[in-house]
Design a protein around this ligand. Structure first.
Ligand code: NAP
Length: 274
């Protein structure tokens, strides 16, 4: 029987690529997008049914569940992919920045998961959360994004343990930098927020921030191709033995090391990497 996946954030990047891959492998993909133009574009593909889904809008999330129930569709895999990034010093951040990122990366993920869980319990399906290496190691000037992705790790661990007896598997994918639009979207936002920093914040962090931006530019140049995350996501979708977590990075060993080193050693290492 044809398997079915629901994926949030399919307009570009990781979400779009795994949607196309699954559709090619004859899965039926329900692809969440946020505007009509993306919806019309994805409609052209065989096996893809795009739906309007902003994960922060309750009516959209409710309509998504109604879409499955009204058509009596089963659901085998939910991929929580929709996400935003934000950078900058905590002292210069606004609570609005925190709320916007958490609304998508954390509350949107939780809301979509809990709303679709009845379908996944029925199929003994899977949830795959797109986290990040920023959910394993928190770099300076990445607090908002890292905090949201650390939350994704905690939610994935709790959910996996809550759902074990119901045979619903939970995986979390932890990519390092991947070549997608998230970087340019984040750049626009960090430039906007930089303009709102007061003089003392600029004086305190200016130089470090410039170095941080250069490090981000270098990371983008060396970023993974999106096909590498797609391969891993595909494994988590279809393998009889999906892993609980998948680090997808050129620096897997370094990330594992940073998690076990004493804090002061890890701090020196992270700060020397910039
Ligand atoms: P992307 O191309 O910008 O894709 C992000 C997707 O999320 C877009 O489809 C975007 O839709 C959607 N989205 C944003 N806000 C949303 C909302 N409120 N409701 C529903 N959808 C929303 O970036 P990406 O790199 O593929 O990101 C996908 C996931 O991978 C994110 O969770 C990100 O944190 C994670 N990740 C990315 C990297 C990386 O280096 N690229 C590394 C680690 C983890 P619009 O186009 O309409 O904004």
């Amino acid at each position: 029987m044809q398997k079915r996946a629901m994926i949030s954030g399919c307009s570009s990047g990781i979400g779009e690529d795994i949607a196309l891959k699954l559709a090619k492998e004859n899965w039926h993909v329900i692809a969440g997008v946020r505007n009509q133009a993306d919806l019309e574009r994805l409609k052209q593909y065989h096996n893809i049914t795009p739906i309007l889904l902003d994960v922060t809008v309750q009516e959209h999330v409710t309509a998504c569940a109604e879409f499955f129930s009204s058509q009596q569709l089963s659901l085998d895999v939910l991929i929580n992919n929709a996400g935003l990034a934000s950078g900058g010093p905590i002292e210069g951040s606004s609570i609005n920045d925190w709320q916007n990122v958490f609304a998508v990366n954390v509350f949107g993920l939780v809301n979509l998961s809990k709303t679709l869980l009845p379908f996944l319990r029925q199929s003994k399906g899977r949830i795959i959360n797109v986290g990040s290496i920023s959910g394993l190691v928190a770099s300076p000037f990445m607090a908002i994004y890292a905090a949201s992705k650390f939350a994704v790790e905690a939610i994935s661990d709790s959910l996996r343990r809550e759902l074990k007896h119901l045979d619903v598997h939970v995986s979390v994918i932890e990519p390092g930098p991947v070549k997608t639009k998230i970087w340019t979207k984040g750049e626009e936002k960090s430039h906007q927020s930089k303009a709102t920093y007061n003089e003392s914040v600029v004086a305190a962090y200016g130089e470090k921030l410039d170095a941080f931006e250069k490090a981000i530019d270098a990371a983008v140049v060396n970023a993974l191709d999106v096909s590498q995350t797609t391969e891993v996501l595909y494994h988590a979708c279809h393998s009889p033995k999906p892993k609980t977590r998948y680090i997808v990075s050129k620096r897997t060993l370094m990330i594992k090391l940073l998690r076990i080193l004493p804090d002061k050693w890890a701090d020196s290492l992270i700060l020397s990497m910039r």
